[in-house]
Structure formats: structure tokens, C-alpha cells
Design a protein around this ligand. Structure first.
Ligand SMILES: C=CC1=C(C)c2cc3[nH]c(cc4nc(cc5[nH]c(cc1n2)c(C)c5CCC(=O)O)C(CCC(=O)O)=C4C)c(C)c3C=C
Ligand code: FE2
Ligand code: FE2
Length: 355
């Protein structure tokens, strides 16, 4: 294998280079059309971390039963949430990148950190972003997948995409890989602040529904900690808000395929709740750091219809933390906690202030 060539004496330039912060998220299609959805879904659903079905069998299923149909159906959904600036997931991720850059510059001085963004599927790719990091001679990289609850299908996929690129490099940088933050006190505090803001404006709902993206149940049975991390986030959030067991429940959305996924299913619960006497709910999705198709369409539109048709009276969706100040402050604190500051010449030990 021919490793990527380095420019002359990169180590001399590295001493002055910024620490790279690489934010990672899932990725999104380039347009809300079937022709843009096809390569996106093909790349996404071919990832063995996402779909753990024997490769040959899955190759046939994907090509015969999924790729001929799903792109058109998904494109219809994406059309409903698409903005002038493209996909919400990419737009919000860019806003997070720039807000975090501002926050780190304000606290540590310009040039100390450079925030990058890479997506697992589609663009900006890990390949392009790692090329940019090399161009800036950063030999210290903090990788921050924006998935609060570790999951093999997401966090480990980001790790795979990163290592696939790094193994081409002659000079591999120092790395910190943040594999999750489901119980970080500042993350819980940011979620609490967002909920309290909503409760102050709209009143406390009869029940808070805490909905996470699902995975096949078999991943839990094979030892993936995602389910337990989701439950812990919910418990800590409920404790922080002083909610009793009857005032909240956790559930799992976005099923795909025929096998059993993590339960209870969000859509089924929303259909049952009015019959059980719960007619007023607020829904929050703390497993998503940025709003996307799964929150803006599935939760805010589809599941609202389900609940109201089943006899529910009041349904509101509370947006993700997105580029909220509390969220960005928390991410800055996470970067600092996992940082390389002890090796920097211009040490700045000032703590990032988290509201
Ligand atoms: C096929 C299996 C899937 C698993 C397992 C899975 C896990 C998983 N996904 C997210 C976050 C997101 N998923 C998004 C979209 C999406 N997810 C799947 C399938 C699986 N996800 C598909 C096929 C799609 C595409 C849309 C569709 O056709 O339904 C998104 C939104 C992307 C966007 O562009 O807005 C996110 C984010 C997590 C956190 C997770 C496991 C924990
Ligand atoms: Fe997904
Ligand atoms: Fe969905």
C-alpha cells in the first residue's frame, strides 16, 4: 500500500497548528429526490454496523427489495422537511460547527482549535475532512460523534469511517475518541433547560414521552449498551426535573424491516395512550443532537397525527438541542475535558462556563 505523502517537515508546522475537533454525524441525502436517496441509502444500508445480516443475503435483499422502492418513498418524506438551505440535519450540523468554533475561540483564543464536520454517509465525508486536517498540520484530533448514547450502528460506524481514512496516512495524529455522553451532567442539564423553557411557556404536559431511535433487539442481546444508556438518560432527566414514574415514559421510533426492534414502539404507545387516559403529551428525542427527518417528520408530523386520531388532545414536539447555547457550552466543556491542553505551549486553564 502506498501511504499518503506528507509535505516536507510537517512536524515543524504541527507545533503551531490548531487542535482539530472533528464533529461527526450520520449524513443526509444531497436532495429530496429518489435519485439522490438511492446512493445515500445504498451507502448507509450497506454498512455492516447498521445492518447485521449475512453479507451475501443482505446484498440480494438490498438490491431486489429495498433500493428499487425505498428511495422514492423516503424522498417524499424528505420533501416535507427540506429547507432553502438543504437538509435540516446538515444545516443544523453546520450551525453547531460554527457556534462551537466561536465558543472555543472566545475561551481559548483564535487559532487554538479548528472545528471540522464529517458525515458517515454522503458529504462532508471523512475523507475530505481528514485531508483538511492534514492540510492544517493538526496532529492532535478530538473526535466527537454527536450521538449521546453509544451505539455500534452509529458511534462505531463513525470510528470505522475514521480509521478507514487514517490507515492511509503515513503520520497518524494523536487521537481522543469520545464514545458517548449519555449521562454527562452538562448534557442532562442542557436537556433539562430546554424542557423547562417549554414547560414555562406551555405548561407541564400530563406525560413526557422520551423517544429514541430504535435498533434491532438482537443488538441489545449481543451486548450493545445503547438501550441501557437511553434508559439512564431518561432516568437522569426525570430525576433532574422531579418527574415521577407516571409522568414520563421512554420508547423507540424509526423501525426498519421485519425483525423485532427495541420496545416499546413510539407510534404504538402514542396510539394507546389516549385510551389509557393520557391526552396531553410533549415528546422529546434526546438521542438526536440535531433535528432531522426522524424528528421533524416522523415525530413532529406522523406521530402527532397518530396521537390525535387516537383521541389525544394536545401534542407538542420539543426540538433537539441543536445550536442552543446550553448545548454548545456543553460541547465546548466536553472538548476541554478530552483535550490536549496539557501539551499546548499557550496553556489556558480557564474553565468553560456552563450555564
Ligand atoms: C436499517 C437500520 C437502521 C438502524 C439500525 C439505524 C440506527 C440509528 N439511526 C440513527 C439516526 C438517524 N437515522 C436516520 C435515518 C435513517 N435511519 C435508517 C435506518 C437505520 N437506522 C434509515 C433507512 C434512514 C433514512 C431515512 C429513511 O429512509 O427512513 C437519521 C436522519 C437522517 C436525515 O437525513 O435527516 C438519523 C439522524 C440512530 C441514532 C441510530 C441508532 C441508535
Ligand atoms: Fe437511523
Ligand atoms: Fe423514519
Amino acid at each position: 500500500m502506498a501511504y499518503l505523502a506528507e509535505t516536507a517537515n510537517p512536524h515543524q508546522k504541527a507545533a503551531q497548528a490548531p487542535i482539530a475537533v472533528l464533529l461527526c454525524n450520520l449524513g443526509t441525502p444531497e436532495a429530496p429526490t429518489a435519485s439522490a436517496l438511492r446512493p445515500y441509502l445504498k451507502q448507509f444500508l450497506s454498512d455492516p454496523r447498521v445492518v447485521e445480516v449475512p453479507r451475501l443475503l443482505w446484498w440480494v435483499i438490498l438490491r431486489l427489495f429495498i433500493l428499487p422502492f425505498r428511495p422514492r418513498a423516503s424522498a417524499k418524506l424528505y420533501k416535507q422537511i427540506w429547507t432553502e438551505n438543504g437538509s435540516p440535519l446538515l444545516k443544523i450540523s453546520r450551525q453547531q460547527q460554527s457556534a462551537l468554533q466561536d465558543r472555543l475561540d472566545a475561551h481559548f483564543g483564535a487559532g487554538q482549535y479548528q472545528v471540522h464536520l464529517a458525515m458517515n454517509y454522503g458529504k462532508p465525508s471523512f475523507s475530505d475532512e481528514l485531508a483538511e486536517i492534514r492540510k492544517q498540520f493538526s496532529d492532535q484530533v478530538i473526535v466527537l460523534p454527536l450521538y449521546p448514547q453509544y451505539c455500534g450502528a452509529t458511534t462505531a460506524s463513525a470510528f470505522d469511517a475514521l480509521s478507514k481514512e487514517l490507515r492511509k496516512q503515513r503520520w497518524v495524529p494523536s487521537l481522543r475518541f469520545i464514545n458517548g455522553y449519555h449521562d454527562h451532567p452538562f448534557y442532562i442539564a442542557a436537556l433539562k433547560a430546554s424542557l423547562l423553557k417549554d414547560f414555562e411557556k406551555n405548561g407541564q404536559p400530563q406525560k413526557l414521552i422520551i423517544s429514541y431511535h430504535g435498533t434491532p433487539k438482537s443488538y441489545l442481546e449481543k451486548g450493545d449498551p445503547y438501550y441501557c444508556f437511553c434508559m439512564k438518560t431518561s432516568r437522569l432527566l426525570a430525576e433532574a426535573l422531579g418527574l415521577s414514574g407516571e409522568q414520563y415514559e421512554s420508547c423507540f421510533q424509526s423501525r426498519f424491516g421485519k425483525q423485532e426492534w427495541l420496545q416499546p414502539y413510539t407510534d404504538i404507545r402514542l396510539e394507546q395512550l389516549p385510551e389509557e387516559g393520557t391526552k396531553d403529551v410533549a415528546v422529546i428525542c434526546p438521542g438526536f443532537s440535531a433535528d432531522c427527518l426522524e424528528t421533524l417528520e416522523e415525530i413532529a408530523v406522523e406521530n402527532r397525527d397518530t396521537f390525535l386520531h387516537a383521541g389525544g388532545e394536545s401534542y407538542r414536539y420539543i426540538p433537539c438541542l441543536n445550536q442552543e447555547a446550553e448545548h454548545i457550552n456543553f460541547l465546548a466543556a466536553l472538548v476541554q475535558e478530552n483535550g490536549f491542553s496539557e501539551r499546548r505551549k499557550s496553556q489556558n486553564t480557564m474553565a468553560v462556563v456552563v450555564a
